[in-house]
Ligand binder design. Structure first.
Ligand SMILES: [Zn+2]
Length: 415
């Protein structure tokens, strides 16, 4: 009994110590409510409401400057020209080509980074022309991620118009190459890691946010056999036989829901003609999880199945790793200051936020560097990465107000 009590109190001391700085969500809600009741916050919101047409016009203008990954300069220049009029403390390009703008605080506060990526997935030379109909705006890239580029610009104007001073520095980073290699965010995080208190990646999202990055591994497994005409001696069979057996077995593998994980076999192929046995039959695997252990475990189980079925059929295996990105999570992050404060901001804005551990964007890179990070966004959109991409117009104004509140809540407070 004694032993139990002392152990228990030890646990309480330890947990009490680590969480001493972090308040409960209702406490943060009270804090955020007080911020949102301030006269200067109301002025900032009024500014956004007065400028709906201007925000939409600028959002479209930005979107119509296509910015394929690695070719962001023209769009960056346009953003830079806008930023120059905002009387910020520092505007510069870093070594990767990210455009960085600093709105200094009064001092002694945290450094809060808000990013949005400038690049799109569309090919160079694509002419983009936005159209507005039935409350939506249509254009490739309008949502991913131009809605959030525009949201950042609008929040800076709103903060300035309301003469809002924060304690900490707000650093706005317009990144390059999010869609391909994460080169922009990697460079920025690498060069500023020690200074960043919290990182907010604006990409997708509206009502909710994510606090961890999902790991995504893509593979193409090939079964290599002798092939031959339909009428050639059987066995050996077509390489499609071990492929079919393997897929059947892979789909019987238990895929955990906690931690959130997914497995999909989306593509397959074999012989080019009907009357030949496939000498090379292949299928793809899309493996996702918020746990690197789950990814590693499923990867090795799939490899074992593929190898066994190949051996049974007298064939060999060749595996291409199409791409691999690690899951990014920080132990205890769900109960940390940033996540609880972000939840409070969303609740004060009237959202019942889905809070998930499955983002896949610039925020992952910050998390992998050990920086407390979330990802969220300014408005609901559809059809990202397609020519039919579109966003609802009206919600973005509320989304921008949410980001203003998040900026002030995070940069104004230290715990
Ligand atoms: Zn994106």
């Amino acid at each position: 009994m004694r032993r139990t009590i002392s152990l228990l109190s030890l646990v309480l001391i330890i947990t009490g110590f680590t969480h001493a700085q972090v308040k409960t969500v209702p406490e943060y809600i009270e804090q955020v409510q007080a911020i949102s009741n301030r006269a200067d916050l109301k002025t900032a919101n009024d500014y956004i409401d007065r400028n709906h047409a201007e925000i939409l016009r600028e959002w479209i203008a930005l979107t119509e400057i296509n910015a394929p990954s690695g070719h962001e300069q023209q769009r960056a220049k346009y953003i830079e020209t806008l930023l120059r009029a905002y009387h910020l403390d520092d505007i510069h390009y870093d070594s990767a080509g990210n455009l960085v703008a600093v709105r200094k605080g009064t001092g002694g506060g945290p450094m809060i980074v808000f990013d949005a990526h400038m690049d799109t997935v569309f090919q160079p030379g694509l002419q983009i022309k936005a159209t507005v109909r039935e409350g939506k705006v249509y254009a490739p890239g309008i949502g991913d991620d131009t809605r959030n580029v525009e949201a950042l610009l609008a929040t800076i104007r709103a903060l300035n118009d309301a003469k809002i001073k924060t304690k900490g520095d707000l650093v706005f980073v317009f990144t390059v190459e999010e869609e391909t290699t994460f080169k922009g965010v990697s460079t920025y995080v690498n060069e500023n890691k020690a200074k960043i208190t919290h990182y907010v990646a604006l990409d997708g999202g509206y009502e909710g946010f994510t606090y961890a990055g999902i790991g995504i591994n893509w593979y193409r497994h090939h079964f290599i056999g002798p092939g031959g005409h339909t009428r050639s001696r059987t066995p050996p069979y077509s390489a499609t036989l071990p492929l079919a057996r393997a897929i059947e077995r892979i789909y019987q593998l238990p895929v955990p829901t906690t931690p959130s994980s997914n497995l999909n076999i989306g593509m397959l192929g074999g012989s080019e003609v009907v009357n030949a046995k496939a000498a090379d039959a292949w299928f793809t695997v899309d493996l996702r999880s918020t746990s690197n252990d789950v990814l590693a475990d499923l990867e090795s189980k799939i490899k074992a199945i593929v190898d066994e079925e190949a051996t049974k059929a007298g064939m060999t295996v060749k595996t291409d790793v199409i791409s691999k990105s690690s899951a990014a999570s920080i132990p205890g992050h769900r109960e940390s200051y940033l996540i609880r404060m972000s939840e409070a901001v969303h609740r004060v804005m009237g959202f019942d936020p889905p809070i998930t551990n499955a983002g896949s964007n610039n925020g992952n890179v910050a998390l992998l560097a050990g920086i407390s990070a979330i990802s969220t966004g300014a408005g609901p959109c559809d059809g990202s990465h397609s020519l039919a991409e579109n966003c609802e117009i009206e919600p973005i104004y509320k989304g921008i107000k949410k980001i203003v509140l998040l900026e002030v809540a995070l940069a104004g407070e230290t715990k």
